[in-house]
Design a binder for this molecule. Sequence first.
Ligand SMILES: Cc1cc2nc3c(=O)[nH]c(=O)nc-3n(C[C@H](O)[C@H](O)[C@H](O)COP(=O)(O)OP(=O)(O)OC[C@H]3O[C@@H](n4cnc5c(N)ncnc54)[C@H](O)[C@@H]3O)c2cc1C
Length: 203
Amino acid sequence: MKIVCLGGGPAGLYFSILAKKANPSWDITVIERNRPDSTFGWGVVFSDKTMGGFQEVDRETHAGITQAFRHWDDIDVYFKGQKITSSGHGFCGIARMKLLQVFQQRAAALGVKLVYQTEVTDPDTYSGDYDLVIAADGSSSITRKKYESVFKPNIQVRNNRFIWLGTKKKLDAFTFDFKQTEWGWFNLHAYRFDEDCDYEEAA
Ligand SMILES: Cc1cc2nc3c(=O)[nH]c(=O)nc-3n(C[C@H](O)[C@H](O)[C@H](O)COP(=O)(O)OP(=O)(O)OC[C@H]3O[C@@H](n4cnc5c(N)ncnc54)[C@H](O)[C@@H]3O)c2cc1C
């Protein structure tokens, strides 16, 4: 079986890891437009439950993530001048780049071919050479666009705007902060994802 994953984000890489692990004889290639060490974004967060799922299906990637993450238990909510702390929420944060590197290394070790700096312009280019073409090219997927009439995606664009920021300010908990301003409500959602950085998402 020859498989190609279009897109080397978390979905394409993790699919390739699990498919290759279950079927070592399969020939699997991941095609990614970026270099292995470039990505958008700061950190991502996983619940303890998600980490449990990682551990169950592939211990090696789970070990790679746990060596590089920040774990916390508290959620701090700031609302109308009050701080409310709620405990017992196990989560971890990890840099998106680090997560991709863990996946890239594991996929390569299993024998997945990783091809970087290659733009996919038409998914059909690959259908002749591969038995299965996996569309893992993210939210602006050209594959989904091309086969819109088949996949029938339901995409709704709403009014909220968001910005994704990083800061050296270190927070102790998963933090939600709400403020009403002359421009409307701002909602901050921030957490630590490595020793030095916090990631903040404001909407
Ligand atoms: C602000 C923000 C915060 C988030 N926080 C979290 C979080 O805390 N926890 C969490 O679990 N999820 C979080 N998510 C969601 C998470 O980022 C996505 O669910 C995840 O990235 C989806 O993975 P993916 O591989 O499907 O797509 P992507 O991560 O978008 O990867 C797609 C890959 O395909 C490549 N690609 C696309 N088109 C082409 C092309 N034509 N040719 C070649 N390569 C191509 C891209 O370069 C990219 O590497 C967040 C998302 C955003 C926007």
